[in-house]
Design a binder for this molecule. Structure first.
Ligand code: LLP
Length: 402
């Protein structure tokens, strides 16, 4: 459910008039609904339990939104964290998330980051999801110096083609992510070399904004086959994140729901893993977008309108520095006016940045807006604020929670 609603042609967010919320606030700003956030986390975790997932651990992917109130809300609801930098790790810890519920992904973990992750809490983090043998060597030697053992999982590159935008597909053999099966098996032959690591799991993450499940099921098959081949009993299998949200009406009709996703994951593990062994590793999830995507909007004001040749432009005060998804992935986000009217026009909604890609939509049907009118860009709770920059010396938009 969206926090947005029209009543008598006026836009409300979480039951409050948008113009009331925006009064005395500098635009653009991000606006989040705690109720929607809680809804999605609860739906996700309950669905895992309902569909028979073995001791699910939800490690929310901070890169989607690392706002401190988001994190403390999720922590209170029992969430763990998937982090990709020491910055994210520190934020997760600050929110009170138990290090034993934190997995560390990413191809470029540095010495300092590994040391910090090994030393945090009483026992360090739950798992380093290792993406190369070179990284494993580094983790091992740091753990040795610290006289400790690191918990590690190999991230398998399952060689699947996830159907999503090419910039956010990550499970193909040409991608920089993970290790190929044969390289993991080769490493296992000489596993004794890594004296200060314990192999506790295997992980995958094949891409983001996935709307269908075939590639996910195929990847779970690959993960399971590899897990069965390894002689080490594993504590967990991590399926990564990736489940998409509906940005358009078309996506709404074909998108896999959380329940469908959980059932597919559960069935795939049953078929390819649990039915073939007595071991019962738990399942880890790293969802980002599905948890936070729908809770947020970017609120912006019209600066002016302009007509050039046959083009009508609505120029707003939010730019690609605030929300880069349309420019970077040609992503579609609905733009909605605070006040509707019957007189609609076709307009391009553009921002203040000096690039043609600073455009939130072309030929959109909107009421004729005037300077000072409010609009919202919808579904920006994930990968909105976290990807913001100060390009053109602009300020980072403030985030508000309702
Ligand atoms: N785990 C790993 C290892 C990841 O790399 C990612 C996302 C996730 C989990 C969470 O995936 P999610 O559930 O959010 O799909 N900036 C792009 C998305 C990049 C995703 C990167 N990795 C966008 O705005 O669409």
């Amino acid at each position: 459910p969206s926090p947005l609603q029209y009543k008598n042609n006026t836009l409300y967010f979480a039951g409050i008039r948008l113009d009331t919320i925006a009064r005395n606030k500098r635009t653009p700003f991000y606006l989040y609904s705690k109720k929607t956030l809680r809804h999605y986390y609860e739906y996700f975790s309950k669905s895992a339990a309902k569909n028979g997932i073995v001791s699910p651990l939800v490690c929310y992917a901070l890169k989607a939104n690392s706002n401190k109130d988001v994190l403390s809300t999720l922590k209170t609801m029992g969430s763990g964290a998937d982090v990709v930098s020491v910055g994210e790790l520190k934020k997760a810890l600050k929110a009170g998330i138990d290090p034993q519920k934190i997995v560390f992904s990413g191809v470029a973990k540095t010495e300092d980051e590994i040391r910090f992750a090994l030393k945090c809490g009483k026992k360090g983090i739950y798992s380093f999801n290792v993406e190369s043998i070179e990284e494993l060597d580094m983790i091992n030697s740091i753990a040795k110096k610290l006289k400790t053992r690191a918990r590690v999982a190999f991230r398998l590159n399952p060689r699947v083609n996830a159907k999503t935008h090419k910039h956010i597909s990550t499970g193909n053999k040409t991608h920089k992510f993970g290790l190929l099966k044969e390289d993991i098996l080769e490493a296992m032959d000489v596993a004794a070399l890594w004296t200060n690591t314990n192999l506790v799991g295997l992980s995958i993450h094949i891409g983001s904004q996935l709307t269908e499940l075939n590639a996910t099921i195929k990847a779970i098959e690959e993960l399971s086959k590899l897990a069965l081949k390894l002689e080490t009993p594993l504590e967990f299998l991590d399926v990564g994140g990736g489940l998409g949200i509906d940005y358009t009406a078309e996506e709404r009709s074909k998108l896999a729901s959380i329940d469908t996703y959980m059932k597919a994951v559960s069935d795939a593990f049953e078929k390819y893993y649990y039915s073939k062994t007595d071991h019962c590793p738990r399942i880890v999830f790293e969802p980002g977008r599905i948890i936070v995507g729908k809770m947020g909007v970017l609120v912006s004001r019209v600066v002016r309108t302009k007509i050039s040749d046959s083009n009508h432009f609505t120029i707003i005060d939010a730019g690609m520095n605030d929300l880069i998804r349309p420019a970077l992935y040609e992503a579609y986000h609905e733009v909605l006016p605070a006040q509707t009217s019957k007189q609609m026009i076709k307009t391009d909604i553009v921002g203040p940045i000096c690039e043609t890609s600073d455009c939130f939509g072309t030929g959109r049907k909107l009421p004729k807006l005037n300077a000072g009118d409010l609009v919202v860009i919808d579904n920006v709770g994930a990968y909105g604020q976290t990807m913001a920059s100060t390009y053109n010396e602009r300020q980072i938009a403030t985030e508000y929670f309702i």
